[in-house]
Design a protein around this ligand. Structure first.
Ligand code: ADP
Length: 176
């Protein structure tokens, strides 16, 4: 699904984040140590190759909600933005922390003059954040930033299942 809003394109689709040449930067749902691990980080590191792991060591560890940028190496993108999502534990800070992941990633992309950014559903895998709640935070945070973004023309959200995509489509209708 595609949506045009405030001169930006928003895209929502099912796919593997490590195979998306249509985006200048992809966002990694990283762990604090920026190591390969499973899920999104596993796929990104496997495709990018060992030079990504090496560069990541210089930036680690990162804080929850923080974002850092690296080269993309063998990935079909220019850059990888690594951000650490909160583990879902029902505490009150996590909403802000997850929002910060999107906010800081978009600001970093903007600073690096990146024109297109692709997000996975941060924290909704190993970190257990419920997809509906996480989606609302992702889309509301993105909406708030749209006016400030001059360089970024396209923001994508890649989901790993049709079910998750349906949640994004539903929430996007409400929020945008
Ligand atoms: P976190 O630790 O932040 O929860 P995960 O990587 O475990 O991160 O999962 C985040 C989301 O990404 C989950 O919804 C998961 O299904 C999805 N996911 C896992 N692998 C990929 C992939 N290769 N491409 C896109 N999304 C993926």
């Amino acid at each position: 699904m595609k949506k045009e809003i405030k001169n930006k394109t928003l895209e929502f689709f099912v796919g593997d984040i490590s195979q998306q040449p249509g985006y200048e930067a992809v966002v990694n749902a990283a762990n604090a140590e920026l190591r390969p691990g499973g899920g999104v980080a596993g796929a990104i590191h496997q495709k990018a190759g060992p030079r990504l792991d090496k560069e990541c060591r210089q930036h680690a560890p990162i804080e929850v909600g923080e974002a850092v940028i690296t080269e993309a190496y063998e990935l079909p993108n220019k850059k990888v933005i690594h951000t650490l999502g909160p583990i879902y534990r029902k505490n009150k800070d996590q909403k802000k922390q997850l929002s910060n992941c999107y906010k800081n990633s978009l600001e970093l992309a903007e600073k690096h003059k990146i024109s297109s950014v692709l997000f996975p559903a941060i924290s909704t895998g190993a970190f257990n954040y419920p997809i509906e709640k996480a989606t609302e935070i992702a889309l509301k945070t993105t909406k708030k930033k749209l006016d400030e973004l001059m360089e970024i023309k396209k923001i994508g959200f890649v989901l790993f299942s049709q079910e998750d995509l349906e949640v994004y489509k539903e929430k996007a209708k409400e929020i945008f």
